[in-house]
Design a protein around this ligand. Structure first.
Ligand code: SF4
Length: 300
């Protein structure tokens, strides 16, 4: 099940994350990542705003904490095993934040200069340290040698849909068993939302299975917000069902794209949505769809 070689880079072109990529002479009809598929499953209108309209969303301290902590955990494994300590992880925090600010200086504006007026940087840094400290209650990185970190993966399904994404960490045991690891800086979700996190993990497992020919032995979600670990052992039927689900989502996206019917699907997650003001479920009016640019991408 070796993955074919890409002959051109893909882009985040919308709609349906369609790309004009050719893979080993086969024209790719579209591309999907677990986060974009998750957006559509959560709310088709949210998918539209993020992927087609590409509307900006204000950064949140929680999301940026996730980015910085992921960076620290990635760099931590560059160090010799004996140096992978909580103290060292704390040391890496400030450079990781500084590196992020260099790329996106506007993130500094998330924090109020007067602590009474909003989140302040010192409190946020303390929360980052707590999250990192909690990591060490779940794993001892001195005993781990990850095979991959921040691994970009992709595979082309027979339907010519390209699946792609980034995996936080891949561990490979001496017997070849693969463990897929994802860090979540929030708390472990209730049953209602656990399926969403597992869908993402099964998506990655499917891509690895298709590209390496080995069914991952373990999917592991590390919740740093409350120090819980969720482990799941996938089987072939699971991953085949995930493949069918991903295909179904992609077809639903394409139908929405053809009909222009991007319905809102209100849920508890609306509380975190940056687009309530232009959501019909909250009395708003969506902006006109962007004019589609001429493209060489196939439409079928
Ligand atoms: S507010 Fe809720 S229903 Fe509206 S776009 Fe956002 S997620 Fe969808």
């Amino acid at each position: 099940m070796a993955s074919p070689t890409l002959t051109a880079m893909t882009t985040d072109q919308s709609p349906a994350e369609r790309v004009s990529t050719v893979v080993d002479g086969v024209v790719v009809l579209g591309a999907l990542s677990p986060s974009r598929a998750g957006d559509f499953m959560t709310c088709p209108l949210l998918y539209r705003y993020r992927t087609i309209d590409k509307l900006p969303e204000p950064p949140s301290p929680d999301a940026v904490r996730g980015t910085v902590v992921h960076k620290v955990l990635e760099v931590l494994f560059d160090l010799p095993a004996a140096q992978r300590t909580p103290e060292q992880a704390r040391e890496l925090l400030v450079p990781a934040w500084a590196e992020l600010l260099e790329v996106a200086p506007e993130l500094a504006e998330m924090f109020a200069s007067d602590p009474g007026e909003g989140p302040d940087l010192a409190t946020w840094m303390t929360s980052c340290r707590s999250v990192l400290d909690r990591y060490f209650t779940l794993e001892d990185p001195r005993l781990l040698e990850p095979a991959e970190r921040e691994l970009y993966v992709e595979t082309l399904l027979e339907s010519r849909l390209l699946l792609r994404g980034f995996i936080d960490r891949v561990d490979i045991a001496p017997d070849g068993a693969i463990r897929v690891v994802d860090y979540k800086t929030g708390r472990s979700p209730g049953e209602m939302f656990e399926g969403k996190a597992l869908f993402q993990m099964k998506f990655y497992a499917l891509v690895l299975w298709r590209t390496r020919g080995v069914l991952p032995a373990m999917l592991q979600l590390v919740y740093l917000g409350n120090g819980e670990m969720v482990r799941y052992v996938p089987d072939e039927q699971d991953l085949l069902a995930t493949e069918r689900k991903v295909e179904a989502v992609w077809h639903a996206i394409r139908r929405a794209e053809e009909s222009g019917d991007w319905r809102p699907s209100p849920s508890k997650l609306c509380a975190w949505c940056a687009h309530q003001a232009i959501c019909p479920a909250y009395g708003g009016t969506p902006p006109p769809l962007p004019v589609r640019q001429p493209t060489t991408a196939p439409t079928g």
